[in-house]
Design a protein around this ligand. Structure first.
Ligand code: FA5
Length: 344
């Protein structure tokens, strides 16, 4: 029996040496110390021993049992410590590593430049007004001194909106100028000084500087003695503040709702005035139309043109953006290309 015990002890310890998981260790314990284990079998054989042999054998069995229990406990601690260390190594956080960049949204460049333009005019005392994108023919044309069938209507290629009343009375506004009437009618007969930013629509051939949907910022100032010099000063101040050191020029033009009328060009920032595709080889890029508000329009708005005068302008913030950042195609801003937009 003693021999049997020794062999079993040796086999158990040898096997323990190669165990490397807690699961295998528990199975080992079941095998060598459980009820069905050889130790149990040997204990059962005690009954066949004489009374004199029994105590010594009992002690011997207990000693083996204790030894295997201790070996089990030592192995269990070792495996648990190793498992814990492996887990710690796996979950280790290196607090010195730089964090992952957080993706944040940003304002669209057109919103950014509109805010800059608004701030520049706010400094000169202009409030900000909104007016509708869907307009009546009356506001978009008639009240601006553009009667039906007048040839100047060709200046605006218009999207008409089909309504129950017909297809020619409601339009997507072709410019922000109808807003002039909304604002002046609100303030007349008192002075008015507001800008009106917003979207416009034209059924127009798209090129580097023309889109079918684009923004304009209308501006009007009506008062006692407003002159063309005020218009020039206001626009020069705006250009300097928003575009920095650029040259601007006033070119005589025609709009039915202003008299006299001008168009304002900015020196092309792409070619520094030497001529390129962007400026159609003129060295200048048109950014706005302007003039002194026509007496008929002042009258339509509720002013007495003998007593009050005013200037108006309509500028293209898309072109301002192009000039500021050297972007050759205005439509790039509206393609939804995030890699492009992220640059601003
Ligand atoms: C007008 O729309 C007049 N309502 C401007 C005005 C207002 C004149 C008040 C007098 C008094 P024009 O069509 O030139 O004018 O447009 C003015 C500006 O809007 C242009 O200089 C340009 O910067 C911008 N613009 C016009 N059409 C487009 C387009 N298709 N795409 C992008 N920008 C445009």
């Amino acid at each position: 029996m003693i021999e049997q015990l020794d062999q079993m002890q040796q086999a158990a310890l040898a096997e323990l040496g190669s165990i490397n998981t807690l699961e295998a260790l528990r199975a080992w314990r079941q095998r060598y110390l459980g009820k069905q284990s050889p130790l149990g079998e040997i204990s059962k054989g005690m009954g066949k021993l004489s009374a004199a042999e029994r105590p010594a054998m009992g002690q011997r069995i207990n000693a083996v049992k204790q030894l295997l229990e201790q070996a089990f406990a030592a192995c269990e601690t070792e495996l648990q410590t190793a498992a814990q260390a492996a887990e710690l190594a796996r979950d280790q956080v290196d607090v010195t590593m730089p964090g992952r960049p957080v993706q944040s949204g940003r304002l669209h460049p057109i919103t950014q430049v509109l805010r800059e333009i608004e701030a520049a005019f706010a400094q000169m005392g202009f409030g900000v007004w909104e007016s509708p994108e869907v307009e009546s023919d009356e506001y978009n044309f008639e009240l601006l001194n553009i009667p039906a069938n007048h040839p100047s209507r060709d200046m605006w290629d218009t999207f008409y909106v089909q309504t129950p009343q017909g297809a020619d009375q409601v339009v997507l506004r072709t410019h922000t100028s109808p807003g002039q009437l909304h604002a002046m009618r609100y303030f007349a007969p008192g002075p008015t000084r507001v800008i009106l930013p917003g979207k416009c629509y034209r059924y127009e051939a798209v090129d580097a500087t023309h889109d079918m949907q684009f923004y304009q910022v209308e501006g009007i100032a009506v008062g006692d003695n407003i002159t063309m010099a005020d218009l020039k000063g206001t626009l020069a101040q705006f250009a300097e503040q928003v575009l920095g050191t650029v040259k601007i020029r006033f070119r005589p033009s025609y709009f039915p709702f202003t008299e006299p009328s001008v168009e304002v060009d900015v020196s092309c920032t792409f070619c520094q005035g030497s001529g390129c595709r962007m400026c159609k080889h003129t060295g200048w890029l048109e950014i706005l139309g302007a003039g002194m508000i026509h007496p008929t329009v002042l009258r339509n708005a509720g002013y007495d043109p003998e007593k009050m005068s005013g200037f108006a302008f309509g500028l293209g913030p898309g072109r301002v953006l192009q000039l500021k950042y050297g972007v050759s195609e205005s439509r790039l801003f509206f393609t939804g290309n995030v890699r492009f937009l992220e640059q601003f």
